[in-house]
Design a protein around this ligand. Structure first.
Ligand SMILES: O=C(O)CCC(=O)C(=O)O
Ligand SMILES: [Fe+2]
Length: 370
């Protein structure tokens, strides 16, 4: 399905890579940058070759373990082309450095959540960042503006400052979608679930990618108060995140409200490493076995920061409930479709509606016996 990652790519990442056989959460250190308390780093190279069957199984086991223990891990030696990554980063920086009026021309609206925004809300707090969202084109045979190409989140809008922006972003999107499915295949193998299940659930995937720009805070004093993005879980299947520097933190416990963990820094291991995290839907599918961890970004006053999450989301009509054998004896949430959840989460991202939809809203609350 994939070409093997080029040797040059392997060498570049492997200089700092941790063996996939290192126990999750106890990964060998890389230049002291990661403590034993951090999410693991997994070399996923063996997933792209047929001649390392044992390493492939070890990699799958390491992914499964990381999803259960942290729901968070970094990967090196992945399949996304390094030159494409560089071109995407260059286009992103050029876009965010445009004058405000140019960015406002592709601003998202109440009816179209794709495009530019500088008023993003996470948990009803304004984030210290600018974003640009683009998403799935359902009918590639039709124009992107065709109503058939409007997802629940709207239609793509493209800025016209660069003749290569759109094509680069679309290429990056497709490469991430392919890689995300490889990870879902690995996860299903580690869980003992038929690969067909996730492949069908994502056959008409409704993913989107987001360019994140966290401008420098004007002063050190504001650092204490400001968050680039407040604590949250990602809603969908899994997220493939590229990040350019420190700021991201994952909560090591169940939920910050429960105070059973602490915030752990997850700085990128290398220029082309990805950080992967599990979203709410995998949490539901696996009956809570895989964590959808809370994470956040600390704002920075020394340096601007860029990141690109790719949110791999299932088809809208997929009914969310634990897979057979993974229910853990009891169903925690009432069944719902991904589309229902998505619609509810959107509403909270747009405006201060009092409360953002959380997976707990679908929890089955036991009625007291009389
Ligand atoms: O910028 C980052 O490193 C993470 C961003 C994130 O968590 C998100 O956009 O959901
Ligand atoms: Fe996130």
């Amino acid at each position: 399905m994939f070409a093997k990652p080029q040797q040059q790519q392997l060498d570049e990442d492997a200089s700092c890579a941790v063996s996939s056989s290192a126990p999750a959460g106890k990964a060998q250190l890389c230049d002291g940058a990661h403590s034993a308390e951090s999410p693991p780093v997994i070399d996923v190279g063996p997933l792209f070759t047929d001649d390392q069957p044992e390493q492939r199984l070890e990699t799958i086991r390491a992914i499964g373990k990381a999803c259960v223990e942290w729901g968070f891990f970094q990967v090196v030696n992945h399949s996304v082309d390094r030159d494409l990554m560089q071109r995407t980063r260059d286009e992103m920086k050029r876009f965010f450095h445009l004058p405000s009026e140019a960015k406002q021309r592709v601003k998202r609206t109440e009816n179209n959540s794709r495009g530019f925004a500088d008023d993003e809300l996470t948990k009803q707090k304004r984030d210290w960042k600018e974003i640009f969202d683009f998403g799935h084109v359902y009918r590639k045979d039709l124009d992107e503006d065709d109503p058939a190409n409007a997802g629940m989140d709207g239609r793509n809008q493209w800025p016209d400052h660069s003749p290569t922006f759109k094509a680069t972003m679309k290429e990056y999107y497709e490469a991430n979608a392919k890689f995300a499915q490889v990870l879902m295949d690995a996860l299903s193998e580690s869980l003992g679930v038929d690969k067909k299940f996730f492949r069908e659930a994502f056959a008409n995937h409704t993913s989107f990618a987001r360019l994140n720009y966290y401008p420098k805070l004007p002063s050190a004093e504001q650092k204490q108060a400001a968050l680039g993005i407040s604590r949250h879980t990602d809603a969908g299947g899994l997220t493939v995140l590229w990040q350019d520097g420190p700021g991201l933190q994952v909560y090591s416990g169940t939920k910050e409200d429960f105070k059973d963990g602490k915030w752990v820094d997850v700085s990128p291991l290398s220029e082309n490493a990805f950080t992967i995290n599990i979203g709410d839907m995998v949490h539901v599918w696996t009956g809570g076995k895989c964590m959808a961890p809370e994470h956040r970004v600390i704002a920075n006053y020394e340096k601007e920061r860029f990141s690109i999450p790719f949110f791999y989301n299932p088809s809208y009509d997929v009914i969310m409930q634990p897979l057979p054998g993974l229910v853990g004896g009891k169903q925690k949430y009432r069944p719902f479709t991904w589309g229902e959840f998505r619609r509810a989460r959107f509403a909270g991202d747009y405006a201060d509606l009092g409360k953002e939809t959380q997976i707990e809203d679908w929890e089955i609350v036991a009625t007291p016996q009389t």
